[in-house]
Design a protein around this ligand. Structure first.
Ligand code: NAD
Ligand code: UFG
Length: 342
């Protein structure tokens, strides 16, 4: 039996593929390469092979779009799929405001295509990549899973709508097992430096931008806002190492296989760090190469956002292990390797 990863060549998908393969699972990926590179397939195999011999039977990649229902049916026909982890989607908040229809089409229709195929082939287990963005401006911190939800942009709304679609699908078929994972801020890279986050164009997110300043691609970082109500005036987030996050998916899969019904889990560390905390941690590993200036607040940003992670700890037996310094060190290592190769 195999686990199907939609968007499995992307940032979080590739790290999860490695963890799954190394733990003895067989993996099938579908990815349209809209935000990833085919070289990642080789790198996943290379890393996983250090622990286990990986053949074409253990790891298969289909290049194509999840909305292509013929291709999706072919994948379910050609492989014995036991569970699905659904990462595929567009994820840039700013772009979603400019191109809402593209976001609704890609994120919602690909999910419907997947759910229809799962229904047809009687595949019952699904992990879905949701986001802390669904909490919008939370009323207090830390954020618990039962807090009110409400998105502030089209990207966030696709996550909210998909969560609703999954709840409806479960209401109609209680034999489904669905884990909705609400990620906080994933950063860092694999220890090997072979896979990590490498967005096309100018990064919107903090960590890839810092990494490019550290390796000389950009002159300085703009820190958006230093007048927030936080310990140093810069905004606070719950940064989580992508390898910890990937391991969380394995725990969720284990839970699904015990017939858990529909469950929602926050995946974060439970600790908030400011933009300046992150810059300082990065500077301690790269030798003070990250210059910055303060710039106005970015519209739509909240001052503080961090998770309560008790539910994942109690029910999945999962907690994040890696600290901020390790997140910075692995990001820097990945960025340096990549810069040398370019
Ligand atoms: P990513 O862009 O690196 O990976 C997504 C992958 O899906 C890419 O490889 C892309 O090519 C593929 N893809 C997109 N649309 C597709 C389609 N229609 N058919 C086939 N493949 C398609 O993003 P990521 O950071 O790995 O995020 C994975 C998931 O987690 C996304 O759903 C994202 O919204 C969610 N998420 C990410 C973050 C984050 O900060 N990275 C935070 C919260 C939630
Ligand atoms: N920031 C800067 N300068 C930059 C980029 C970001 O100061 O160049 C600041 C932002 O203003 C914010 C913090 O760094 O205060 C973190 O910003 P990110 O863009 O890295 O992350 P966000 O918290 O805004 O959002 C991310 C994803 C969302 C997801 C959310 C929670 O982009 O999709 O985490 O998971 F929903």
């Amino acid at each position: 039996m195999s686990v199907l990863l939609t968007g499995g060549l992307g940032y979080i998908g590739s790290h999860t593929a490695v963890e799954l393969l190394q733990s003895g699972e067989d993996v099938v990926v579908i990815d349209n390469l809209s935000n990833s590179n085919i070289k990642t397939k080789t790198n996943i195999k290379k890393i996983a092979s250090e622990k286990r011999k990986i053949s074409a039977k253990n790891f298969k990649v289909y290049i194509g779009d999840l909305r292509d229902t013929n291709l999706v049916e072919k994948i379910f026909t050609e492989n014995k799929i036991d569970s699905v982890i659904h990462f595929a989607g567009l994820k840039a908040v700013g772009e979603s405001v400019k191109k809402p229809l593209e976001y609704y089409d890609n994120n919602i229709n690909s999910t419907l295509s997947l759910l229809k195929a799962m229904n047809k082939f009687k595949v019952k287990n699904l992990v879905f990549s949701s986001s802390a963005t669904v909490y919008g401006q939370a009323k207090s911190m830390p954020i618990y899973e039962d807090f009110e939800v409400g998105a502030t942009n089209p990207y966030g709304r696709t996550k909210l709508f998909i969560e609703e679609i999954l709840k409806d699908a479960y209401a109609a078929d209680s034999t489904l097992n669905i884990a909705i994972l609400r990620y906080f801020n994933p950063i860092g890279a694999h220890d090997s430096g072979l896979i990590g986050e490498d967005p096309n164009g100018i990064p919107n997110n903090l960590m890839p931008y810092i990494s490019r300043v550290a390796t000389g691609r950009y002159d300085h970082l703009n820190i958006f806002g230093n007048d927030y109500n936080t310990h140093d005036g810069t905004a606070v987030r719950d940064y989580i190492h992508v390898v910890d996050l990937a391991k969380g998916h394995l725990k969720a899969l284990k839970k699904l296989r015990k017939n858990c019904g529909l469950q929602i889990y926050n995946l974060g560390t439970g600790v908030g760090y400011s933009v300046l905390d992150l810059v300082n941690a990065y500077n301690s590993v790269c030798g003070n190469k990250v210059k910055y200036i303060f710039a106005p607040r970015r519209p739509g940003d909240v001052d503080i956002c961090y998770a309560n992670v008790d539910k994942a700890k109690k029910e999945l037996g999962w907690t994040a292990k890696r600290n901020l310094k390790n997140m910075c060190k692995t990001s820097y290592n990945f960025e340096c390797k990549k810069s040398k190769l370019k």
